[in-house]
Ligand binder design. Structure first.
Ligand SMILES: [Fe+2]
Length: 139
């Protein structure tokens, strides 16, 4: 499976967000490598635990930023974040209960969610940084 490559189009222009997004892309790739090399389950679990911890940290920072600018769609955005972390936590529970889990399916979920989320939701934040007058319920 090819590495998940960072694209210039992912940049939001909000430095802290972009730096954290890059790190998340690296962590998704690490997860992928770990699964492909059939690392022991404990290792896979450690990688997932780190991913969920860093994801939470990133989402908290992003949500703090949205609070600071009084983002009109904060709650919807927060719910999307919750959906993402819940998925990783569900996989961790499956691993713990020794249920089958498909690393390929997880990887596809993480990468497609991440790309879609950045390109649609996080980009709205970038647009608001440039044009705060767009920050209304109607947008
Ligand atoms: Fe986000």
């Amino acid at each position: 499976m090819a590495q998940f490559q960072w694209q210039d189009s992912f940049n939001t222009g909000i430095t802290v967000v972009d730096t954290q997004h890059r790190k998340l892309v690296g962590m998704i790739n690490l997860l992928d490598r770990t699964a492909v090399t059939r690392a022991p389950e404990g290792t896979l679990k450690d990688v997932l635990v780190s991913l969920v911890a860093y994801t939470r940290e990133h989402f908290a920072d992003e949500e703090r930023y949205m609070e600071q600018i009084g983002y009109a769609h904060l709650e919807q955005h927060r719910a999307l974040h919750r959906g993402f972390t819940n998925k990783i936590v569900a996989v961790l529970i499956d691993l713990k209960e020794e249920k089958n889990f498909d690393p390929q399916e997880l990887r596809t979920f993480l990468t497609s969610w991440f790309i879609r989320h950045i390109l649609t939701e996080d980009k709205k934040l970038a647009a608001l940084a440039a044009r705060p007058e767009l920050n209304t319920d109607a947008s």
